[in-house]
Design a protein around this ligand. Structure first.
Ligand code: AMP
Ligand code: ZN
Length: 478
């Protein structure tokens, strides 16, 4: 597809830049920092993968062959993004009295289920940090002589040995949380661990022998090693949440520069999604009390309503999560599904209409993935009286490809999810609603009210006269 030129925001230059693959023969190579699997992903984490999925869908739809790697962090990420605190995996294993491997397997499987529920495409490869320890040690040995120094606690990277350390983070402010280092003997506050030695006399669940003693790799090392291994250097696009712009990615860049002995950062574009926030601020795992996708599903909310909520904002703006925003997204999704279901059954033949919906979709998403502009376009398209049903279905294939809302497959039934806590099956709900209709037709309002109360008690809210023709919905909020 030729189409509109693709423009993406590059955090390195803090500007919109025209995107072209570095090596067209290799296609586009993308690396996304993946989840740390010591706990369930929260909705904020998942926003990061709706963003990378939008990026990969847009690239693919625009005709670029794509190689996409997402890593799974199962070692090295400390309870602070800097070098203090415990390994998140060790801490979770201790508090749950489980092996780290069981913890990692459980939360990795849960994360992949979230990915499937959100209709996020599988990357070309999931790369697991602990499968790459030997390569991390090789990498560290190569950069150590010129760039690292050893302390009792581990091997540290001297941040002054590379050009422009921290450029990606923008102005340096060493008073930021995580910048003030408790590690004794560090030459500069920004220096970071490449290898952390196990404390003497302490048996850790995850530790490996290395030239610097038994221990574990620093968190940043895995991403440099795995991205270069699977994508080569430099590759096209590196993604992560905006918190990674401050510490994790500048440190990856420093390692990459040390490794290549050049000033290349390792990737052409560094892209970052903004936070999902709630009224308490940034949603975060360590703060606790966060919302998981499964808890939405258990409350009877279809996971694609959350996807729609994410793409109704541009990935670079902050997005507020609230019950109201989620309800609005669910309503929007229901409207779309009903409009699509109402189309007369006809083959999607009319592939090239004389409308310009495809060009407009292309222009929107080629403008730094402007999905909030693509959504109203989709709504206008399904409502457009001048288009044949066949043409709409043909266009929907494209909109589903790019936005991932799966509108061609969703129906009323699948959207209406029974809350996990409901004490009644979907068939029973339908049967009770038919009884209630009959009672109302016979003007037996006492009976009709009794059925409604019974359903409410079972976690189901009856909706009389709902403008969307929805007879019931899960009673949210208990
Ligand atoms: P983690 O599992 O903590 O390593 O985080 C996985 C991804 O989620 C990273 O790219 C983070 O930058 C991103 N992330 C963390 N919190 C949020 C949030 N509240 N909103 C959006 N992205 C986030
Ligand atoms: Zn990373």
């Amino acid at each position: 597809m030729t189409g509109a030129p693709l423009t993406l925001y590059n955090s390195l230059t803090r500007s919109l830049e025209a995107f072209q693959p570095l090596d067209p023969e290799k296609g586009v190579r993308v690396y996304s920092c993946g989840p740390t699997v010591y706990n369930y992903a929260h909705l904020g984490n998942l926003r990061a993968y709706v963003f990378t999925d939008t990026l990969s869908r847009v690239l693919t739809w625009k005709g670029f062959p794509l190689t996409h790697v997402i890593n799974i962090t199962d070692v090295g990420h400390l309870t602070s993004d800097a070098d203090v605190g415990d390994d998140k995996m060790e801490a979770a294993a201790r508090s749950q009295a489980k092996s780290i491997w069981d913890i990692a397997a459980h939360y990795t499987a849960a994360f992949k289920q979230n990915i499937a529920d959100l209709n996020i495409r599988q990357p070309s490869r999931w790369s697991v940090a602990t499968d790459h320890i030997a390569e991390m040690i090789d990498f560290a040995e190569k950069i150590a002589p010129e760039h690292c120094y050893e302390l009792d606690t581990g091997l540290y990277f001297d941040s002054t040995t590379v050009p422009d350390y921290g450029k990606l983070a923008g102005s340096q402010d060493d008073t930021r949380e995580g910048r003030i280092e408790a590690v004794e003997g560090k030459r500069h506050p920004q220096d970071f661990a490449i290898w952390r030695k196990s404390p003497p006399g302490e048996q850790r669940q995850m530790e490996w022998d290395s030239p610097w003693g038994k221990g574990a790799p620093g968190w940043h090392l895995e991403c440099s090693v795995m991205s270069i291994k699977y994508l080569g250097a430099p590759f096209d696009i590196h993604t992560g949440g905006i918190d990674h712009r401050e510490i994790h990615h500048p440190n990856e860049i420093a390692q990459n520069q040390a490794f290549c002995g050049c000033s290349d950062t390792g990737a052409h574009f560094w892209m970052h999604n903004n936070f999902l926030v709630d009224r308490q601020g940034k949603m975060s795992k360590s703060k606790g009390g966060f919302t998981t996708l499964q808890s939405l599903i258990d409350a009877g909310v279809h996971p694609l309503a959350y996807r729609l909520m994410c793409i109704s904002a541009q990935y670079r703006s902050e997005l507020e999560f609230s019950a109201e925003n989620l309800a609005a997204a669910l309503t929007r999704l229901k409207r779309l599904v009903m409009a699509v279901r109402a189309l007369p059954l006809s083959p999607a033949t009319d592939a090239s209409g004389d409308d310009d919906y495809l060009a407009q979709l292309d222009a929107a998403v080629s403008d730094d993935l402007n999905t909030p502009r693509a959504l109203p376009l989709l709504e206008a398209m399904v409502a457009d009286k001048k288009l044949t049903a066949g043409r709409k279905l043909a266009l929907l294939v494209h909109f589903d490809d790019v936005l991932g809302l799966n509108l061609l497959n969703l129906d009323r039934q699948s959207l209406r999810m029974r809350p996990a806590a409901a004490t009644i099956t979907a068939e029973e709900i339908e049967a009770r609603l038919i009884e209630r209709k009959e009672a109302r037709a016979a003007k037996d309002f006492a009976r009709s009210d009794a059925i409604r109360d019974e359903l409410t008690a079972a976690g189901v809210e009856v909706m009389d006269g709902d403008p969307l023709g929805w007879d019931w919905k899960p009673a949210l909020g208990g």
